[in-house]
Write a protein that binds this ligand. Structure first.
Ligand code: GDP
Ligand code: MG
Length: 176
């Protein structure tokens, strides 16, 4: 499944962020109904593969999800190893999860490759009436911390998930 011959690009993308922000649902939404491969022989982590077609190029996105160990506020080195991109997710209905972003950025800076591309994902945008985080605050933080972008998503409504991964893939192609 990691056969690079069968694709033009292969990127490892990690999902990080506080517990219950919707990381697992985001990955599900991204892969649903489409080609996927799962590795279930590790307890620690799980990943999903989906191949995107970008301008005629086959781009394999190997998306890693945690098995909940982020509740201890830290992930293993192996999780970050060789990651090309990091989606740092927060729940826009819980401000505390947005306040955790600097912690997760620091983790990425310490454990990830210097060139890793970061995108902020403000998930649960279907719950507009419960919003606690302004989109512009996420954009400001993204700019300050050198993230590629801040996006708002809803895994529940399958909103902006594809866009987030395509944005990541296109940036990684440009940089590779
Ligand atoms: P994780 O701990 O970050 O992996 O979070 P999960 O994916 O397990 O989701 C945590 C909870 O948030 C679950 O109850 C999901 O049903 C819910 N959830 C996830 N994404 C969304 C979303 O986009 N909208 C809403 N309303 N709920 C969501
Ligand atoms: Mg999860």
């Amino acid at each position: 499944e990691l056969d690079e011959d069968s694709c033009d690009f292969l990127f490892k993308i990690i999902l990080i962020g506080d517990t219950s922000v919707g990381k697992t649902c985001v990955v599900h939404s991204f892969k649903s109904g489409l080609f996927l491969e799962r590795q279930q022989n590790t307890i620690e982590v799980d990943f999903t593969v989906r191949t995107l077609d970008i301008d005629g190029k086959k781009v394999k996105m190997q998306v890693w999800d945690t098995a909940g160990q982020e509740r201890f506020r830290t992930l293993t080195q192996g999780y970050y190893r060789n990651a090309h991109g990091a989606m740092i997710a927060y729940d826009l209905t819980r401000h505390s999860t947005f306040e955790s972003l600097p912690h997760w950025i620091q983790e990425v800076e310490q454990c990830g490759a210097p060139s890793i591309v970061v995108i902020f994902i403000g998930n649960k945008c279907d719950l507009e009436s419960e919003r606690q985080v302004l989109f512009e605050d996420a954009c400001t933080l993204a700019e300050q911390r050198g993230a590629l972008a801040a996006l708002e998503t809803s895994a529940k409504m399958d909103h902006n998930i594809e866009e987030a991964f395509f944005l990541m893939a296109k940036e990684l192609i440009v940089r590779s």
